[in-house]
Design a protein. Structure first.
Length: 327
């Protein structure tokens, strides 16, 4: 009888250990949101080539419009999502705290202020109507451009317009200018004869960093999996920058958004996708736009000044560069 109980106990222990092992291998996939921005569309390369499986991490990517992706993240439906550093602070102020653990790129011209015919400069916007998605990254770009020219938000009339609708609104004549990013900015230039970009994110490189942010709960419990995700990302970056594989990379990205490769390729010129060494520099703590920390301080100051939210953010609490710095 004693021997029987010993055997039974050992059997139950083995079953329990097996259950733990199985549970470890059948954890829920990481749910990751991405949207139509070159620095995030690039994930499609890894998805198509099944690199996440090769790295041993289970992921589930979900495609959204940009603001809808942030809403899904704020609602707890995603573990991580692509957001600009400034928008991360905005979403955090609403109660959805997150951690910026990876920088994919900074906007280097794809974000634009596009004016209708006859408006030649930012100074010419005084007294004009501008279509912009209020409270988000386009709003920040506009405010920064106005301030550089000695103007403020009080000198213009803002019309709150979802970014993906800005080309049609500019074409309608209801506004004199819009603020948008690719592909909406490019669509507006094509759709509205005589329109032109009077300012772009290239005028302030590092003002808009594009990040991947994760929920604190997922970061605390799944960090080894996020390390694998970051490894896959830099495999994507290498594939994108390799002259031999770049045409295939662009073709994959273009197919995701329904454009011919030759039309999609110029979008990459306005997006500075960072190598690992460049990302380490950007994720190092410093003042100024060369650092995500400094850039986020600038965003935070604008957000408070223009009452996007009331209380200054604790910027450092939003950033954890440990995976990047450890590579």
């Amino acid at each position: 009888m004693i021997q029987f109980h010993r055997i039974l106990r050992n059997t139950l222990c083995a079953l329990a250990l097996g259950l733990v092992a199985v549970t470890g291998h059948t954890a829920e996939p990481l749910k990751i949101g991405y949207s139509d921005w070159p620095g995030w569309v690039a994930w499609e390369i890894a998805i198509e080539k099944d690199w996440f499986a090769e790295e041993g991490v289970d992921v589930e990517f979900e495609w959204f419009d940009y603001v809808a992706s942030m809403d899904a993240f704020a609602a707890g439906k995603l573990d991580a999502v692509g957001m600009t550093n400034g928008d991360t602070l905005v979403v955090g102020a609403s109660g959805a705290q997150s951690i910026m653990f990876m920088v994919t790129d900074y906007s280097n011209g794809n974000d634009m202020i596009i004016a209708s015919q006859g408006i030649e400069s930012v100074k010419d916007l005084k007294g004009k109507k501008i279509g912009v998605e209020v409270g988000f990254v386009s709003h920040l770009l506009l405010l920064e451009a106005l301030e550089r020219e000695g103007l403020s938000e009080a000198d213009v009339e803002l019309v709150n317009v979802p970014t993906n609708e800005t080309p049609q609104v500019l074409a309608s004549g209801d506004v004199d200018a819009i603020v948008a990013w690719q592909p909406s900015s490019g669509q507006a230039l094509t759709l509205v004869p005589g329109s032109k970009a009077i300012a772009t994110s290239k005028d302030a490189p590092g003002l808009i960093y594009d990040m991947y942010v994760v929920s604190p709960a997922s970061w605390a419990t799944r960090k080894p999996d996020w390390e694998k995700v970051v490894k896959v990302w830099y495999r994507v970056v290498d594939f994108l920058y390799d002259p031999e594989t770049q045409p295939e990379a662009i073709s994959i990205m273009a197919a995701r958004v329904g454009l011919p490769p030759e039309q999609y390729a110029p979008f990459l010129e306005g997006t500075k996708i960072l190598t690992l060494d460049e990302a380490k520099t950007a994720m190092s703590k410093a003042q100024g736009l060369e650092s995500v920390y400094g850039s986020s301080e600038v965003s935070d100051a604008f957000n408070v000044k223009y009452e996007v939210y009331e209380t200054p953010a604790d910027v450092d609490s939003y950033i954890d560069p440990s995976i990047i710095m450890g590579m």
